[in-house]
Design a protein around this ligand. Structure first.
Ligand code: CA
Length: 225
């Protein structure tokens, strides 16, 4: 059997014949090429930088379409709760993968908007054909206010759960915990090495109507027991 082919008939890939007659016929073999697969993730590019950052959550319910290069639609998939989509059992062909843009959003990844993918012997499982989208601010230049709450969790000791409650159109988060440590998560969990009062600074980024970004901050004292 050659690489990347699969036996269809017989499925074992071998047959037995009895050589009692001089001509043994009908020992046919049917083989198919192994099917290909294309997969990816759809994610929310909050800050529109075309990179999947730590807070860029998956987007479910988006339609991803697979076409042959002549434009004929092979099929479409709706992204799952984890943002993923998979096209399976693909013949060895050239394909185009594209998304259906939803109103109020812009596409930030990939730069070329669609993917050209070839399924062949050396490229059977094509992954990471991802799509990033950013919600277009419905209110640019609207007021942004950074704010957070916090709660000490039972274990491990001296661990604080920070919860972002900022308002307005926020695209990025950054934290300085007052003990020299930082985070870029939206709702970080942080463990302090010792009890005490810490000055925690939260920064949130927004996008102005002219497309420029701006940071707004909020500072509060956090008591760690
Ligand atoms: Ca991003």
């Amino acid at each position: 059997m050659q690489e990347n082919w699969v036996a269809v008939n017989p499925s074992t890939g071998s047959q037995w014949g009895n050589l009692t007659t001089s001509n043994l016929t009908n020992l046919n073999f049917t083989n198919n090429r192994l099917p290909g697969r294309i997969s990816g993730i759809k994610w929310n590019d909050y800050n529109g930088n075309g990179i999947r950052d730590v807070n860029d959550n998956p987007l479910s319910g988006w339609v991803i379409t697979l076409k042959y290069q002549n434009g004929t639609v092979v099929g479409s998939k709706t992204t799952g709760a984890d943002g993923s989509f998979v096209f399976d059992n693909l013949a060895w062909e050239m394909y185009t993968v594209s998304e259906t843009l939803k109103s109020g959003w812009k596409q930030t990844y990939p730069a070329g908007k669609t993917y050209s993918v070839e399924i062949n012997a050396t490229s059977l499982n094509v992954i990471n054909r991802d799509f990033g989208n950013q919600l277009i601010p419905s209110c640019c230049n609207c007021p942004v206010k950074a704010y957070f709450t916090y709660k000490q969790v039972a274990s491990p000791a001296r661990t604080i759960q920070f919860t972002d409650t900022s308002t307005g159109y926020v695209t990025d988060w950054s934290w300085s915990f007052g003990d020299g440590k930082t985070s870029v998560e939206r709702n970080p969990l942080h463990t302090y090495s010792k009890a005490g009062s810490y000055t925690v600074k939260q920064y949130v980024q927004t996008i102005k109507c002219d497309g420029k970004t701006a940071w707004v901050s909020y500072t509060r004292t956090v008591t760690v027991k």
